[in-house]
Design a protein around this ligand. Structure first.
Ligand code: NAP
Length: 256
């Protein structure tokens, strides 16, 4: 398969081999894309370095805390210097303080609200703005979201509100960037057992709940998110922008 041959992409959010970003990056790579990666801090550097080495020794790997404008500017300057252009961007980054993901939403602090929105939603706007000048041949920006944006999922709390902001930002960005042939979409994934997910109180029950109640009676597989990511990045999705695509074994359609 070489659906993405000749495409250059950048991936934000690989922490380890369980990361959704890693599943989508592998699928993009298999489809022929050449990729650059970022990692948040020194703590993750070695781990991510080891993973991306599989894509060749000269794979671009850069530090980037998405709350820091100077990091974002440096990343896109380096991508511009190395490739001169960009087609694909994966935003697979989210964070909220742990105490905001347990107990009552009512107790969300101003600081937890600010941090969750800065890391998980504003960052999409900042990354899209920095990427757009390099997407001179058009592009596809894909962000990861979750159903807790539209319905109450106990413990998801402020992250649900941040995902609502992310999804709405996707629509406004799609409008702004459409004339430049840059598409912006979200994948709304069912629960996947990753580092970030395990920070949500009761996450293991969530996996069981989806298995019992989704029409397909199972949880989504990382490879299936990779396949959807490849579709959204490809010309097959050339007329799709501003959308939230549910890849959740059908859970979102259920009323009871
Ligand atoms: P993950 O492997 O822990 O990935 C989350 C990534 O966000 C990590 O690489 C993390 O780095 C990064 N990050 C956090 N703060 C950052 C910052 N300030 N700057 C740069 N990167 C930062 O977990 P995941 O489940 O794959 O999450 C990826 C995306 O999928 C998230 O948007 C998540 O909300 C979404 N999603 C997940 C599920 C699920 O069930 N797993 C379902 C639907 C949607 P650190 O480890 O250094 O913090």
């Amino acid at each position: 398969m070489s659906q993405l041959a000749g495409k250059i992409g950048i991936v934000f959010g690989v922490a380890n081999k369980r990361s959704i970003a890693w599943a989508i990056a592998q699928a993009w790579h298999r489809a022929g894309a050449q990729l650059a990666f970022t990692y948040q801090g020194e703590r993750l550097k070695e781990n991510v370095e080891e993973l991306v080495a599989a894509f060749g020794p000269d794979t671009l790997l850069l530090p980037c805390d998405v709350t820091r404008d100077e990091d974002i500017a440096r990343v896109f300057a380096e991508v511009g210097a190395k490739f001169g252009k960009l087609h694909l961007l994966l935003h697979s980054v989210a964070f909220a303080p742990k105490d905001a993901l347990e107990g009552a939403f009512l107790n969300t602090s101003r600081e937890a609200f600010r941090v969750a929105h800065d890391v998980s939603a504003y960052s999409l706007i900042a990354l899209a703005r920095a990427a757009a000048p390099l997407m001179t041949e058009g592009g596809s920006i894909v962000a990861m979201t979750y159903y807790g944006s539209e319905k109450v999922v106990p413990h998801y709390n402020v992250m649900g509100v941040a995902k609502a902001a992310l999804e709405s930002s996707t629509r406004y960005l799609a409008y702004d960037l459409g004339p430049r042939k840059i598409r912006v979409n979200c994948i709304s994934a069912g629960p996947v057992n990753t580092l970030a997910a395990r920070g949500i109180a009761g996450f293991m029950e969530m996996l069981k709940h989806y298995e019992a109640h989704s029409p397909l009676k199972r949880n989504v597989l990382p490879d299936e998110l990779g396949a959807t990511g490849t579709f959204l990045a490809s010309d097959g999705a050339a007329a799709i922008t501003g959308q939230v695509l549910y890849v959740d074994c059908g859970y979102q359609i259920m009323g009871m």
